[in-house]
Design a protein around this ligand. Structure first.
Ligand SMILES: [Zn+2]
Length: 281
């Protein structure tokens, strides 16, 4: 597994290396850290370890995937209970006071200054790092795909969720539909905008970095019991390292003649994706 890169800053960590492939991996909810001045947020260690604190298992999947593709992975290091980096600043569930029945006392009655501090120290640096990665690639005229990695709890409010994984999409569903088909062809039960639908307001990362910039994108959710241990994390990373280049090659074969925000499927990109697919097929 590739270790954390030297450039890692306080609110995000960067793993993997860019070796010419199209993918940029992002993990909004991989982290569990709490800034020292917020103590334990008033939440027990057991509750902070639940799905409300982070996307269980997605750290291992993302880091293995970054090493396998290879690709750069940008991870948020702080718990979503401190601030949810997949919510726009000011969104009602950006800084929650209750999550899945668990109160978060440290988030009660925050002053505008306290909220601004979390934006400036955690939310903005993370998204600025993603923007920097995408800007550099687009300026170099390179094919680029943003892949947002998440995991979901197997049971919510007493209802068991049947999907092994989900693909979330909204304004541009082209790559999502291709990936849905590839995952279903593996014999998996895959949610189409399940267990959540991607919307302009419930999400921030893909609307901001993918949809607004017309950069091809995917939002992938994996059920947490499948990736709670390292074996499952590796298996899912291997699956995604095989299917993502395949999905991109199919996307380019179908939609490659059109320009998407200056980010085209040029021959080099399609060839790189094809080679990657073979390497891991
Ligand atoms: Zn998530």
């Amino acid at each position: 597994m590739t270790g954390r890169n030297a450039e890692a800053a306080s609110s995000f960590a960067v793993y993997g290396t860019d070796q010419g492939g199209p993918f940029v991996l992002v993990s909004d909810h991989a982290g569990r850290a709490v800034p020292p001045d917020l103590g334990d947020l008033g939440v027990s260690a057991a509750d902070r370890a639940r799905h409300i604190g982070w996307d269980i298992g997605i750290d291992g999947v993302g880091r293995h995937l970054a090493a396998l593709l290879p690709a750069v992975l940008i991870e948020q290091v702080y718990s979503r209970l401190v601030i949810d980096c997949n919510r726009a600043p000011g969104h009602p569930t950006s800084i929650v006071t209750v999550s899945d029945g668990t109160p978060v006392p440290a988030n009660e009655g925050l002053t505008p200054e306290q909220i601004a501090r979390r934006h400036e120290s955690i939310l903005h640096p993370y998204h600025a790092r993603i923007t920097q990665e995408l800007d550099a690639r687009l300026q170099a005229g390179r094919p680029t795909v943003v892949v947002a990695l998440h995991s979901f709890t197997p049971e919510m409010r007493g209802v068991k969720r049947p999907w092994h994984a989900g693909i979330l999409h909204n304004h541009d569903s082209r790559l999502a539909h291709i990936m849905l088909d590839l995952l279903r062809a593996e014999g998996l039960t895959v949610g189409d905008n399940e267990p959540y639908a991607l919307t302009d307001t419930s999400d921030y990362t893909i609307p901001l970095h993918g949809e607004k910039r017309q950069i091809p994108h995917l939002e992938i959710e994996i059920r947490q019991d499948l990736i709670a241990g390292e074996e499952g994390q590796k298996a899912w990373a291997e699956r995604l390292a095989r299917l993502l280049p395949e999905a991109w090659a199919l996307f380019c074969a179908t939609h490659g003649s059109g320009q998407t925000g200056g980010n085209s499927c040029n021959a080099a990109g399609a060839e790189a994706a094809h080679t990657q697919g073979q390497a891991h097929g």
